[in-house]
Design a protein around this ligand. Sequence first.
Ligand code: ZN
Length: 224
Amino acid sequence: MNETTLTSQEREKNRELKQKLQANIEDALQVLLPFFAIHQKQALQFRKPSYVISSTENATNTLDYCRERGSYNFETAEFTFNPTTIENIATIGEETAHYIHGEINPLWKDKPKTKEEYFKTANLVELIGRYGALVYTQEKKQKVEPINWYDVVTDGSGLEVGQTHYEGYTRAEKIFKEQGAKLLPKIARMSFEESRNELPKIAPIHFYEPRLYSGLQRMIKKII
Ligand SMILES: [Zn+2]
């Protein structure tokens, strides 16, 4: 929404929506901080986020649509939501988890050098986003909507959403189902390299991951 073209009534409405969004993010922050093992004092050092209300009207594909629904920008610490998603508990939980994660472990600071590194970093970031959404939704006694991956990836740029989100979301769901919230502090502090070694062991999502890992270990032992 371009602020300058709004009538005073629309501007007032926009201000109200922003306040509502801020209140909802702050609520999620209070709930999620202890799950990330972060003290209030430490959270005072975090950057102060800003809030933007958008509309999905300009979204031309899935990627735009996801961004317009609810997103967090790690560089600018800006939350962008549209009026229909401000009250969506899972989206609020996910974007707030991204914010917390970015403050304690800014993984995007080292720009990925390869496409593989980019997708792996995105998957680690999205794992924490989804993990936060699952924890927050449970605390709010609500249910998370399952993702229809087929619909996501069959729409053009949706493939990128699939590649950046699928692995992370799938691991998060598996971890939360099997171990609840307890691994959140550890995984949220993992480096890119650690996540690469640890996640296939903690939460294998393909049947070959654990075998591949033990096979590699055997090979390494032989070499050493
Ligand atoms: Zn996300």
